[in-house]
Design a protein around this ligand. Sequence first.
Ligand code: AMP
Length: 306
Amino acid sequence: MSLLVIGSVAFDAIETPFGKTDKIIGGAATYISLSASYYKKPLNLVAVVGGDFPKSDIMLLQQHGVDTLGLQIKENEKSFFWAGKYHNDMNSRDTLVTELNVLGTFDPVIPEAYQDCKYLMLGNLAPKVQSTVINRLRKRPKLIVMDTMNFWMDIAYDDLMETLSMVDVLTINDEEARQLSKEYSLVKAAKKILAMGPKYLIIKKGEHGALLFNQEKVFFAPALPLEEVFDPTGAGDTFAGGFIGYIANHDDISFETMKNAIIYGSAMASFCVEKFGTERLINLSENQIARRVQDFIDLVQFEIKL
Ligand code: AMP
């Protein structure tokens, strides 16, 4: 079942209490694709980079089963650049720089071969670009999952509202859910956000796990307590990649499958934070992933007879 991923493919500069990187590869679609590639191959990518983006990193994506026919390379322009600095708690961060560069004028082109898209993952990008991709698909995908962030709530609120009305699942973090809904209680926030369009809402709470809501039900998945969190960048995107990859692989969009998908997404995110950037996502084995998922099962399994 074909999976199409869109989002930023970028250079990031990251500062955490444990160290600092120069420009390394990042971007929402990079993390999503690498993560989803462990469940779903091949997957199709629609994104844009500048001529400064290393060919070796494009090859890395290809080696993970990512089809890059839809990756535009603007030879004379610069790639999107984002810099962020984490606070000591590693759960909160400040964005230091957002240089849109090629993203500022991105016009997503969907190759003909991608038109049979059954699962669409709209990674973090301008909401207008996200809705353009939906509109350019001749047939509506079976499931559209969207991620976004406070940056777009601040500068493109109306576009964001329009895109929200077109998707099935929204993933955002707790701070963003509060900003979007103007509610502090996440339960009240979920009600308001579900009324904006999506049928499902996933609220990511960093080291405190994630919540899945629909109109009737709620499910909670913990985050694995890790001894060391090195760099949380991309954890949310890695989560989304594991989530959509699992669903596409099982070709099932029931609430029960979404619950499992959230556990797989959380397991992938737990790997992501263990090293800087995408490093930890590059060489995972099936065994390592299975053991990690088992850790999640063990963490929450208990028997109470009522
Ligand atoms: P996360 O830590 O999951 O929120 O994702 C971090 C990634 O999002 C980084 O690799 C950035 O390149 C990317 N990113 C940050 N700001 C934006 C933005 N405004 N639009 C698209 N991608 C972004």
